[in-house]
Design a protein around this ligand. Structure first.
Ligand code: CTP
Length: 398
C-alpha cells in the first residue's frame, strides 16, 4: 500500500540501503528506509493518513518516520538537492534523482535501491557496483573523500566487514590509513565515536572488529595510552563466552552488551586514563560512574572472592547481590579461576533469587515490632536458606 501511495501522488519511491543489502544477503531485515523523489514529508503524511497511524516529521532534513506499529517504523527521506538562494530570485529547490541520493552514501553495499512503484515494482537499482561487491564480499567506498568527509565511516567499514565476514577493499583500506594519518578524528565529537563503538561492541562477536581496529591503530584515537594486548584479547574471548552463555539462558533479557566489552578494554588502563577516555567519548555522568567507580568495585569484589575461595553461598550472595547483570558478567569474564566462574554463574542462575517465604506481616503476627529487627531477621532467614536449611515456610517461622 505504500507503493500504491507513491503512484497515487505521482512520485517515484524506492526502498534503499541496509534493507536491500540485508535482503540480498538473506539476513533478517529490521529498519525500512524509503526514498521519495520529491517531497518525502508530504508523502509520509499521506501514507500515515491512509494507514491511520502516527508520523513524525523533520522539516529541516526533509525526513519523516511513519510509525506503522510498535515494531514497524518506516523512515522516509526526500531525494532533493540543497536550497540555493539566488539574489533577487525565489529560492530554488531542485529535485534530484535517486542516484544523487545514493551517491552520498558510505559504501557501495549500502547504495542499492528497489523500486516500489507498480509499473517498475521490484526493479533493483545498482549504480555503484553493489551487487558485485556483495558477491565479492568487499567493503568499498564510492569516492575517495568518503572518510575525510565523515571519519565515523572508518568504524562503520570495520563494523560491516566484521558483521558480514567481508574484507575491506585495498583502495578503501588505504583511504582509511590516509585519513587516520591526517588526523581526521581531531574535530570529531566524542559522542559520535562513542556511538560507533557502542554499535561495534553490540555486534554478536566484536573481537575481529577490535582486532581490525588495532590493525589500523584506531585504539590510539580513543586514547594514545590505550593498549590492546594479547592479555586483553584473552579476556575479550572470555567475555564472548560469558555473554553467549548468558544470552542463551536469558533470551528475553536485554542489557548493554557493549559495556562489558568496553570495561574489558578499560581494565588495564590507569584510573586517570580511564577518566580521560570517558571525557574524550563524552560519556554521560551516570554511565561514567558505572564504568569507573562501579567497575573498580566489581574488580575488587572479584579479587576478594578469588583470594577467599572457596567462599560460602552466603558470602557470595552478599558479595554479588548489589551488582547488576553487566557487572556480574564482567566479573565472570575477568576471572581466570574456573571454580570462581562456576560459583558466580550459580549465583546468577540460582541463588540470587533466594528470598524468605515469610513476610513482614508474619513477623508482626508473632509479635515482632516493625523496624530494623525486621531486616535482620529476614536476612538471617535468607542466610539459612542460602546454606540449604529452611526449605519450607514452617521451618522459616520456627
Ligand atoms: N550513512 C552514511 N554515512 C554514515 C552513516 C550512514 O553514508 N556515517 C548512510 C549509509 O549508506 C546507510 C544509511 O546512511 O545506508 C543509513 O544508515 P544506517 O541506518 O546506520 O545504516 P544501516 O545500513 O541500516 O546500518 P545497520 O544495519 O547497522 O542498522
Amino acid at each position: 500500500s505504500i507503493g500504491a501511495a507513491g503512484d497515487e501522488l505521482g512520485l517515484n519511491l524506492y526502498v534503499v540501503g541496509g534493507f536491500v543489502r540485508d535482503l540480498l544477503l538473506q539476513r533478517t531485515v529490521d529498519d525500512i528506509d524509503i526514498v521519495v523523489e520529491g517531497d518525502g514529508i508530504a508523502f509520509a503524511r499521506y501514507v500515515a493518513e491512509k494507514l491511520n497511524c502516527r508520523v513524525n516529521t523533520h522539516k529541516k532534513f526533509g525526513t519523516a518516520v511513519v510509525i506503522v506499529s510498535e515494531q514497524i517504523k518506516v523512515d522516509v527521506a526526500s531525494a532533493r538537492l540543497e536550497y540555493y538562494d539566488f539574489p533577487a530570485a525565489l529560492p530554488i529547490v531542485e529535485k534530484s534523482s535517486i542516484k544523487r541520493d545514493l551517491a552520498r552514501r558510505d559504501f557501495t553495499i549500502n547504495t542499492l535501491a528497489l523500486s516500489l512503484n507498480a509499473d517498475t515494482f521490484g526493479t533493483l537499482i545498482d549504480y555503484f557496483g553493489a551487487t558485485r561487491d556483495l558477491k565479492d564480499k568487499t567493503i568499498r567506498t564510492i569516492h575517495n573523500l568518503s572518510f575525510v568527509e565523515d571519519p565515523t565511516r572508518i568504524f562503520r567499514a570495520i563494523k560491516f566487514a566484521n558483521r558480514f565476514g567481508f574484507d575491506i577493499g585495498k583502495v578503501t583500506a588505504n583511504l582509511i590509513r590516509n585519513a587516520i594519518k591526517v588526523d581526521c578524528f581531531k574535530n570529531l565529537s566524542g559522542l559520535r565515536v562513542l556511538s560507533e563503538l557502542k554499535q561495534i561492541f553490540s555486534e554478536e562477536d566484536p573481537i575481529p572488529a577490535i582486532r581490525s581496529m588495532t590493525d589500523y591503530g584506531l585504539e590510539k584515537v580513543i586514547h594514545p595510552r590505550l593498549e590492546i594486548t594479547p592479555a586483553t584479547y584473552q579476556i575479550l574471548e572470555s567475555a564472548n563466552k560469558t555473554l553467549t552463555w548468558h544470552d542463551l539462558l536469558y533470551v528475553q533479557e536485554t542489557y548493554p552488551r557493549w559495556a562489558v566489552y568496553f570495561m574489558v578494554l578499560l581494565h588495564r588502563c590507569t584510573f586517570k586514563v580511564s577518566e580521560q577516555i570517558c571525557d574524550r567519548l563524552m560519556i554521560p555522568v551516570g554511565e561514567r560512574q558505572l564504568l569507573l567507580e562501579t567497575r573498580y568495585k566489581a574488580e575488587n569484589r572479584l579479587g576478594f572472592i578469588e583470594s577467599n575461595h572457596p567462599v560460602s553461598r552466603q558470602k557470595l550472595y552478599w558479595a554479588l547481590i548489589n551488582f547488576n547483570t553487566v557487572f556480574v558478567l564482567y566479573m565472570m569474564a575477568l576471572t581466570k579461576n574456573e571454580a570462581v566462574r562456576r560459583d558466580i554463574s550459580n549465583f546468577y542462575t540460582q541463588f540470587r533469587h533466594v528470598t524468605p517465604k515469610i513476610r513482614g506481616k508474619d513477623l508482626i503476627r508473632i509479635g515482632v515490632t516493625p523496624g530494623p529487627a525486621f531486616t535482620k531477621i529476614l536476612n538471617e532467614v535468607r542466610n539459612a536458606k542460602l546454606d540449604g536449611h529452611l526449605d519450607t515456610r514452617e521451618k522459616e517461622m520456627d
